[in-house]
Write a protein that binds this ligand. Structure first.
Ligand code: ATP
Ligand code: MG
Length: 429
């Protein structure tokens, strides 16, 4: 029988790579908690209806990419293709607005879209995202953007740029949509097939078509920025001013859009020069109409999502794998010594050290070679002699210095041991 492999568009994240993921998560958690964001964990599947309303039936995500199926109770359920709809549903369902003030939420986890897989594009992928619900203040837009740039910067990423745009509000957009359709209609036959279809369904989305000829046509199209009403214009100017005050550089990109009516005002993307065609690492914007669309009361909100696979690709290009920290590698040989080694390992772990016990039972030489490869700070060695005398040999891997010590003494002097270990650890260890 043939062996079973992971499904197309899914992949295993193996331990070596998981270290990058854990590092990203640790940095993100730290930055988000400093800014008083709280983690929320909505379910991974929801009623299909939630995404149809929350993302919009005219979008590719809902129209083509959803993992939708009937469960055994004949309900239509969908594996979440993004995080915002579920968070907003939870916000409404649990009346989180009743807690007063602004809700600052974040999430992390897998998302599912039936897409053509490639580098940085999968069917199961992961996002970390934030949602600030309950503020129309342009400072909220600037805050979420600043947090995204902080996270990316803390990870040492370079060659990133921030594109921003405004898609106005539901008064501005019909006027703009009319002007755009008037401009594009004479070119209809020259547009790519997707864009032709979008001309009636979701014309704003034509602006971010990847087709070359469509892009040439779009380059001369009217700009949404000329169709913003006074309020929208003011909001967008304030966001730009705030970003400048924060020292965050950006460029205006009038082709950056969210196609649906509940997306309002600010839209933004953070794009990498080092990722080839799947270059957008973070996408976000304001969605003042979504809470109401999903049955809540009219509530302003803004958020973003970072695609973690793309982020990890960038980190792997730029940084060495963060090493797993290990204090002791324990080698032993002989029945009494092996039992003693297990017990000592356990005692050291309980005292707060990280300890890897060699279970191979092979010759000392082989065990030492593994100790060398393990990146442990020190090696503990137990043979027949040590078992008899209740001692252990302690070898510092960096200096190769070695000494014998009574096990009882070792376990007594844990503070001293800890500071010795710290002094041997490299600053990035
Ligand atoms: P794209 O234009 O690349 O398809 P999108 O507009 O569909 O992106 P969003 O829905 O805004 O993406 O999601 C935010 C981020 O999530 C993207 O910028 C990207 O980093 C990541 N992302 C989206 N779809 C995928 C996917 N299929 N595989 C991996 N990452 C993805
Ligand atoms: Mg997409």
């Amino acid at each position: 029988m043939g062996s079973i492999q992971a499904l197309r568009g899914t992949r295993d994240i193996l331990p070596e790579e998981v270290r990058y993921w854990q590092w990203v998560e640790a940095i993100a958690r730290q930055i988000l908690s400093r800014a008083a964001y709280q983690e929320i964990r909505p379910p991974i599947f929801e009623q299909t209806d939630l995404f149809e309303r929350g993302i919009g039936e005219a979008t590719d995500v809902v129209g083509k990419e959803m993992y939708t199926f009937l469960d055994k109770g004949e309900r239509s359920v969908t594996l979440r293709p993004e995080g915002t709809a579920g968070v907003v549903r939870a916000f409404i369902e649990h009346a989180l607005h009743a807690q007063g003030g602004v809700q600052r939420l974040w999430y992390i986890g897998p998302m599912f879209r039936y897409e053509r897989p490639g580098a940085g594009r999968q069917r199961q992928f992961h996002q970390i995202g934030v949602e600030v619900i309950g503020s129309a203040d342009p400072r909220a837009d600037a805050e979420v953007i600043a947090i995204a740039t902080d996270i990316l910067q803390a990870l040492g990423l370079k060659n990133l740029r921030l594109d921003i745009n405004s898609v106005g509000n539901s008064d501005d957009r019909p006027r703009y949509r009319g002007a755009l359709v008037d401009y594009l209609t004479p070119y209809k036959d020259e547009l790519d097939p997707d864009s032709q279809e979008r001309l009636t369904r979701n014309p704003l989305r034509i602006l971010d078509s990847k087709d070359k000829r469509t892009q040439e046509i779009v380059a001369q199209a009217p700009s949404i920025l000329d169709y913003l009403g006074e309020g929208s214009k003011r909001h967008f100017e304030q966001v730009q001013q705030l970003l400048s005050d924060l020292g965050i550089s950006y460029q205006l990109n009038p082709c950056l859009v969210r196609g649906l009516d509940y997306y309002t005002h600010t839209a933004f993307e953070i794009i990498s020069d080092d990722l080839g065609s799947q270059a957008t690492v973070c996408g976000g914007g304001r969605y003042d109409g979504l809470v109401e669309e999903l049955g809540g009361s009219s509530t302003s909100a803004v958020g973003w999502a970072i695609g973690l696979e793309r982020l990890i690709i960038l980190l792997q290009q730029n940084q060495e794998s963060p090493r797993q920290r290990l204090d002791f590698y324990v080698v032993s040989r002989g029945d009494a010594a092996e039992a003693q080694a297990l017990k000592l390992s356990q005692q050291l772990r309980q005292a707060g050290f990280s300890v890897q016990l060699d279970l191979s039972g092979s010759a000392f030489k082989k065990q030492f070679a593994r100790a060398d490869r393990s990146a442990a700070v020190a090696c503990l060695i137990l043979g027949d002699e040590e078992a008899q005398t209740q001692t252990v040999k302690l070898k510092w891997m960096a200096s190769k210095e070695q000494s014998a010590i009574a096990i009882a003494d070792l376990l007594e002097k844990t503070d001293e041991l800890r500071s010795q270990i710290e002094s041997f650890k490299s600053p990035c260890g």
